[in-house]
Design a protein around this ligand. Structure first.
Ligand code: UD1
Length: 417
């Protein structure tokens, strides 16, 4: 198994082009199943999760190839409507294929996604909405079998919580259909708007994405389309965090500053100098970092749960006591044990993490507990004295295109072994 070896204590400095967003690319790849023709997807990050989505598309009868950051998908003929367990399990967010297969084939068999490193990942909201859209849902052992029973003539669906995945599944399931669906309390994350833009470019009719009311008018089919994935706001937060905690400076380009306002607010409060331009952001940590008052993760446009570990990692040497409250996932604090190994002073009370900044950190042997927790461990190791190792980096590779290469370009001393 691969690991990173990080020599900490070096100031990061340089420029980073921000990769395409994993959380946009995955539902858009599922949406490619709806196209009666060809999809060309640009700025698609080259990640293990993306490769897993491509495997599912190929299994369902599409012909896909990935060349660098471009993915070409011919989904003229879809020959299968069931995703086997081993493919479902390769990627946690494979459940978004359920809505896409139902739209295209009117019937789908998938397996229930298991628990994951962030705790149980239920799909009750997805299934409840799918039923309201006129599909039967039968859970049989680990299989979930859904079948169209009627078209949703004029249906209102309301989510109890604005789940990102459920919103995507509902949009996908209602896309090729004969009725009108209004979704209330929809997730407003930028990745939902990107999915809707992709569908609309292909001839779909999705209105209001990015607000809590999304209206989907079913169409007969979707046509060939070319699209570019939006920049990854969490990857941007990662390099901001790495530059901040090492007292460095970084210019991020190909970024959408509208998507990271809450994150920018937190780094401003820590005393970083941040300048933004249309598609770039410059962050400099020329003074010691200060504590932040309480930050809570919440739904967009609030502070993103995925950036929580990165924020905590940049606070471990800040002056004073900071508080971070995790409101979205139950088990998101597993990575904190790893930061403590470096000498970080962090106490956890249920969903609350209290970070007492320390003057210095030492090296340690760390493990990635999950994708963003793993990235936080790397960031913390960059701020520590001595040589640390970080194993189980397969978690990191689910979401970052060669993190170590980019960090090296910023003058970090890191190698993959
Ligand atoms: C997506 C993102 C993930 C991000 C999360 C929250 C992708 C591939 N992943 O995950 O990176 O951290 O949004 O911004 O886009 N829930 C239920 N029942 C459901 C669905 C969700 O109880 O049917 C709960 C979850 O357990 C969690 C919360 O709702 O506590 C948020 O989940 P959701 O917004 O659905 O996240 P994902 O779509 O899984």
């Amino acid at each position: 198994m691969s690991k990173y070896i990080v020599e900490g204590g070096h100031r990061l400095k340089g420029e980073v082009k921000i990769q395409g967003a994993k959380n946009s690319a995955l539902p858009i790849l599922a949406a490619a199943l709806l196209i009666s023709g060809n999809t060309v997807l640009h700025n698609c990050p080259d990640l293990s999760d993306v490769r897993a989505a491509i495997k599912i598309l190929n299994f369902l009868g599409c012909r896909c190839k990935q060349i660098g950051n471009d993915v070409y998908i011919d989904s003229e003929s879809v020959t299968c409507n069931a995703v086997p367990n081993e493919l479902m399990r390769e990627m946690r967010s494979s459940v978004v294929f359920l809505g896409a297969i139902l739209s295209r084939c009117s019937m789908a068999t998938v397996t229930a996604p298991g628990g994951c490193e962030l705790g149980p990942r239920p799909i009750d909201l997805h299934l409840k909405a799918i039923k309201e859209l006129g599909f039967s849902v039968n859970e049989n052992g680990g299989n979930i079998v859904c079948k169209r029973e009627r078209y949703p003539k004029d249906t209102e669906v309301s989510l109890d919580f604005p789940s990102v995945g459920a919103t995507e599944n509902i949009i996908l399931a209602a896309c090729i259909s004969k009725g009108r669906v209004v979704l209330h309390n929809a997730a407003k994350e930028p990745e939902i708007s990107d999915l809707a833009n992709f569908i609309n470019k292909a001839g779909g009719r999705v209105y209001g994405a990015g607000t809590d009311r999304v209206e989907i008018i079913g169409v007969n089919k979707l046509y060939s389309v070319e699209h570019s994935v939006i920049p990854d706001r969490i990857v941007a937060a990662t390099y901001m965090s790495a530059a901040a905690v090492t007292g460095g400076e970084v210019l991020l380009y190909d970024i959408d500053n509208n998507h990271i306002r809450a994150v920018v607010g937190a780094f401003n409060e820590m005393g970083c100098t941040i300048k933004t331009d249309k598609k770039s952001l410059f962050l400099s940590a020329d003074k010691p970092l200060y504590r932040i008052k309480t930050v809570r993760s919440t739904v967009y446009p609030g502070f993103p749960t995925d950036a929580g570990p990165l924020l905590v990692a940049s606070l471990i040497k800040a002056r004073g006591t900071s508080v971070f409250i995790e409101n979205i996932f139950e088990n998101r604090f597993n990575y904190i044990g790893e930061l403590r190994r470096l000498g970080a002073d962090i106490k956890v009370y249920n969903r609350v993490a209290v970070v007492e900044g320390v003057n210095s950190l030492h090296s340690a042997e760390l493990s990635c507990t999950d994708l963003r927790g793993g990235a936080a461990a790397v960031v913390a190791a960059l701020a520590s004295d001595g040589v640390s190792t970080i194993d189980k980096i397969c978690h990191i590779e689910r979401g970052y295109e060669s993190l170590e290469t980019t960090l090296k370009e910023l003058s970090a001393i890191i190698k993959k072994e």
